[in-house]
Structures are given as structure tokens and as C-alpha cells.
Write a protein that binds this ligand. Sequence first.
Ligand code: FAD
Length: 384
Amino acid sequence: MNYDVIVVGAGLTGSALAYELAKKGQKVLLVEKNLNFSNGTVYSYGGIAYWCGTDDRTISLCQEGIKIQRGLSDELDYDTQYRDLDLLFTIPHDKNPEQVRTNYQNFWIQPELLSVEDSCGLEPLLNREAISGCLRFPHGHVNPHKLIIGYQIAFKRLGGEIREELVVDLEKKGSRTVGIKTSKNSYFAPEIILCAGAFCRSLLRDVGVSLPIYFTHAQLIKTKPTDIKLRCLIMPSTTARFLMEEDVTALAKDTLWENPNDELQGEVLEPGAIQFLDGSLCLGQISQIRTNTSAPVDARASEDKIRGAIAHYLPALGTLEGQWHNCQVAFSKNVPFQVGRVEQIEGLSVFSGFTSPFVFVPTLAQKFAHFLATDEGDFPLKTS
Ligand SMILES: Cc1cc2nc3c(=O)[nH]c(=O)nc-3n(C[C@H](O)[C@H](O)[C@H](O)COP(=O)(O)OP(=O)(O)OC[C@H]3O[C@@H](n4cnc5c(N)ncnc54)[C@H](O)[C@@H]3O)c2cc1C
């Protein structure tokens, strides 16, 4: 069987793009190594940061993104559990709230600075001793697992095919890709799109392409449903992860990424929590930089650190029964995503490396699918 397009990876990026391509009438094969999913998408909070645009293009993508997310349950005929909710960025008790607020002044929607009293009024589970206030953003929320299942069901309804196989190589003829090789089969299509998150890097390296797509190893805890009620999405008001990402992707550190190893290059702990509609919670998160995707992580130490930090800000949640998880999360250097055709290799594209994917992916999947089907639009990949 031949296809028009093969999409590699069925996390948020691959599921959304496969669906949008099928809507355009393309014959699409979506290949995923693990349909039980232990990827960046299913372990995420599912927050839709539609306030995060900073220029005309990203502001318009945010506005379109939240509009699409609000209508997706109807469009996909599957409940993504969309809702509007408050995002609270906690400000540590020893930090000046006004000063912290200046870190967020570039966004098109400005946060509201809440006193300790008002923060705890909005989110009674917060420890008033731990904070000097909070920044409140209007935010959207979906159940991330349901979102990708919804996309996949709608994709199959349009004739799309999903196969659970590990892609081990890209098939090339001269300077163009003609298909993929999996652990079981070979499949052929004139367009191959990498939506493999952290694993894009190694798939690209195998065909001699180096793009500034990197990844963190993220650790978190998923709890069972509980009667405790967390009203808001809680995250810390720190920019430490972005600074760490900047540091480990500086040009001087390129050799680190070209020669992957297990060594810890950086670690950031961001105490955050979200409750899903079934009452379960996701408690996060540690982000570590190790350039090998399969580097081992000390689960016990990591779980203890997350629980300690959560207990400081949200005392009722620190000891909830739950399961520790580890996944890899892709990010790009200096841009909010890497979307476009790979210049050196005809037929190969990348749709990955997103910051705030839950707001940007639905819109860009529509636009990129349109571009691939018609060649209208402009998607330059950043190469360094
Ligand atoms: C704790 C936490 C909270 C987060 N909260 C938010 C949030 O609130 N809002 C937000 O916007 N983002 C959030 N994120 C980030 C977000 O979840 C991810 O960036 C995003 O879901 C990544 O989607 P993806 O499709 O690029 O990657 P993934 O979801 O990782 O999907 C990639 C897929 O490719 C498959 N794959 C890889 N290699 C191969 C191969 N060789 N063959 C076949 N299949 C392959 C993998 O199995 C995987 O299913 C959070 C992340 C974490 C860890």
C-alpha cells in the first residue's frame, strides 16, 4: 500500500497533523512505536497558554489556537474535556511580586497580580506561608490523553491508518526520502513528516541532518482520583527552565548534543499541579538535560524531590498516592517551534520542538497541512 504522507509519532503533534492532512484528502499513515503512550503529551498538564503570544504572528496563532481548542470536541465528535480555568504562577515568599511580574510583561495578555489573601481565596489548597502572591493568567485546559485519542479517532474516520511500529530508519533514494523502515516493514510515501518529539533529533542525525531541536527528560507523578479539589493550574513563576535550555543549546555546547551521553548537564524543579475531571492529578515536574534519550534516572530521588516541593506550596497534595513517570520533551532554540521542510532532503519535513504546544499545534497543524497539500504559505526551518 502506498501513501501520500507518512507521519512518524502519534503524540499531540503527529495526531493533530495526521488528522488535518486526512481532512485535506491525503492518504496518511501514522506510525507510533507505543500506542499505550508514555510520551510527553500524556504526561503533560494539558494547559492551553493562549496568553503567551509576543508578536503579531504568535498572538494570532494564540487567538486561533484557543478558538480551535474550544470547538474541538464538536469537530472531532469526542469529548476533549476542554474548560477555561485560572493559571496561578506562585511567587515564593522571599521574592518581590512586582519584580517577578516584570518577567511577564512581553505577553499580549498581562497577568493579574494577586495578594496572598486573594491567591488563597482563588486556590484554598495553597500554603499562604510559602508565597508572597501569585500571577493569574486566563488559561484553557484539556485532558491531553483524550485530546490525542479524539484526533486519532477522527483521523481514522477519514480513512487514516495507524500502525504500532518503531521507525528505525528513513528510506532514501539519492537526496530524497521515499519512505520509512520500521522494525517489521517498509512503507513508502513522497512526504515523510517527523513528529517524534525528542526522537526527531536522532532520526534526523541518521540521515545526516542537524537541526536545533533538543529535549529535556521530564519527571512527574500521576495520582489516583481523589476527593481533594484543586481549582486552578498551579505553576511556579520561574524562568529557570528557559535559562537552562538557553545555556545547554549555546553554540559552544553543540558537541554535547552531537555526542549523546547520560551525564546530567542541568536540572530544574518546577513545583506544579493540575487536577483532571476524573479527580486524578499530575504533580510536576523535574526537567533534566541529558543528551542521551535513554539515559537512566533515579526514580526514588526524583519522586522525593517533587513531593517535597509540592508539599511546600500545596501541603494537601504532597503525600497523595501516585505513580512516578519519566518522559522526554522536545524544545527548539530561540523559536517557539520547528515546522517546515528539511532543505537538504527532498520529501522530509519536521513538525516538532514546540513551546506551549497545546495552543500552537492545532492551528499550525491546519496551516502546515494546507501548505503541504497546496504549497501555499511559508514555513522556514531555523537551521542553527
Ligand atoms: C509535566 C509536564 C507538563 C506539561 N504541561 C504542558 C502544558 O500545560 N501545556 C503545554 O502546551 N505543554 C505542556 N507540556 C509539554 C507537552 O506535553 C509536550 O511538549 C508535547 O505534548 C509534545 O508533543 P509531541 O507530539 O511533540 O511529543 P510526544 O508527545 O512525546 O510524542 C512523540 C511520539 O513519537 C513517538 N516516537 C518517537 N520515536 C519514534 C519512532 N522511532 N518510531 C515511532 N514512534 C516514535 C513516541 O512514542 C511519542 O508517542 C508538559 C510536559 C510535561 C512533561
